[in-house]
Design a protein around this ligand. Structure first.
Ligand SMILES: NC(=O)c1ccc[n+]([C@@H]2O[C@H](COP(=O)([O-])OP(=O)(O)OC[C@H]3O[C@@H](n4cnc5c(N)ncnc54)[C@H](O)[C@@H]3O)[C@@H](O)[C@H]2O)c1
Ligand SMILES: CC(C)[C@H](C(=O)O)[C@@H](O)C(=O)O
Ligand SMILES: [Mg+2]
Length: 360
């Protein structure tokens, strides 16, 4: 029997609540495909600060290193917001993890399940027959990591830096992704103002010549934010730098009805013929406003586990099973509070997880 080791980092807030549901679903997948998952838990974020004095203990990095892939919950919360910024869960754990493991490519699919059209804040006419966009976000460069950065109480500054190589690397992945979908790629930039983004547009345009079958267009980020609510169906793959991708992926997710629906895959470069190492997490955060109430939507975490199976382990059919199970539960009218609409049956985090696992 094949055994896969999955580092499980639930983190803070709703992280542990939704992670428990993803583990239930993975256990069912293991049974169905005669595999075994060795879940290796580790502390990360606020809970790691409380227990070990730092957001990313070395043991946690080691646990990830030994694993085939990482399933991550979310980190952060009001309790740790008064710490020095570099020590807080987000900058002290999540960003270093992305850097340490070279997770340069962040895939954030935003899909409106047909059953949830009424949960989208957009009018039915705008959503039409559905919405299915893949945001490809560069994750280890840009203004998040550029130096210098600082804040001396009088002046605060960050630096946006991209090299041509970094742009080309994420660009290639976006073109390949578009090729496997509907061959439409919109590259998002701010080339009318930022020098970094002038380079971005030059590199992507040049790369486009290698992918003549993919229709490439460029759009300024402010326009893209507007177009996403005006006519989201015009998009197939959206390629963004780190910060623009952060913002637009939250916006895209809300079109699907809730941030609690949106998974993500953060991938490293793969060696020839191999699948990439990856960290899989919901796009949303630790949702302190609803943590501990058993009402969080576990679907983003469950879909993140599904993406892990597909992208890092090559178990595409298992991903399809998870997707179908979610659709089945939604078809039966079950909803967590965030995607609730009149006439549907409201259930909590645990029951949603049980019902999805029950359909595998
Ligand atoms: N990857 C991560 O670990 C990550 C990502 C984003 C934010 N954060 C951190 O999370 C904390 C809270 O940030 P925020 O409030 O800006 O963003 P958030 O994503 O945690 O929450 C935004 C809103 O979406 C709702 N929401 C998010 N996930 C949900 C789910 N699964 N089910 C139902 N509703 C859900 C929340 O209740 C809240 O109303 C901050 O400390 C932030 O830095 C962490
Ligand atoms: C928590 C934060 C560092 C993170 C980001 O900005 O990348 C989050 O918002 C995300 O989208 O994963
Ligand atoms: Mg974000």
């Amino acid at each position: 029997m094949k055994t896969y080791t999955i580092a499980v980092l639930p983190g803070d807030g709703i992280g542990p609540e939704v992670m428990a549901e993803a583990e239930k679903v993975l256990a069912k997948i293991a049974g169905k495909y005669d595999l075994s998952f060795n879940f290796t838990p580790a502390d990360v974020g606020g809970i790691a600060i409380d227990r070990h004095g730092k957001a990313l203990p070395e043991d946690t990095v080691e646990t990830c290193r030994k694993a085939d892939a990482v399933l991550f919950g979310s980190v952060g919360g009001p309790k740790w917001e008064t710490l020095p910024p570099e020590e807080q869960p987000e900058r002290g754990a999540l960003l270093p993890l992305r850097k340490i493991f070279g997770l340069f490519a962040n895939l954030r699919p935003a899909i409106v399940f047909p059953q949830l059209k009424e949960a989208s804040p957009l009018k039915a006419g705008i959503i039409g027959e559905g919405f299915d966009v893949m945001v490809v976000r560069e994750l280890t460069g840009g203004i998040y990591f550029g130096q210098p950065k600082g804040n001396d109480g009088v002046k605060g500054f960050d630096t946006m830096v991209y090299t041509a190589d970094e742009i080309e690397r994420i660009g290639r992945l976006a073109f390949e992704t578009a090729r496997r979908r509907n061959s439409r790629l919109v590259s998002i930039d701010k080339a009318n103002v930022l020098s970094t983004m002038v380079l971005w547009r030059q590199v992507i345009t040049k790369l486009g010549a290698e992918y003549p079958d993919v229709s490439l267009s460029h759009m300024y980020v402010d326009n893209a934010a507007m177009q996403l609510v005006r006519n989201p169906r015009q998009f197939d793959v959206m390629l963004c730098g780190n910060m623009f991708g952060d913002i637009l992926s939250d916006e895209a997710s809300m079109i699907t009805g809730s941030l609690g629906m949106l998974p993500s895959a953060s991938l490293a470069e793969a060696s020839e013929g191999e699948l990439p190492f990856g960290l899989y997490e919901p796009s949303g955060g630790s949702a302190p406003d609803i943590a501990g109430q058993g009402i969080a939507n576990p679907i983003a975490q469950i879909l993140s586990a599904g993406m892990l199976l597909k992208y890092s382990l090559g178990l595409d059919k298992a991903y399809d099973d998870i997707y179908a199970a979610i659709e089945g539960v939604l078809d039966e009218g079950y909803r967590t509070a965030d995607i609730m609409s009149p006439g549907m049956k409201q259930i909590g985090t645990g029951e949603m997880g049980d019902r999805i696992a029950g359909k595998i």
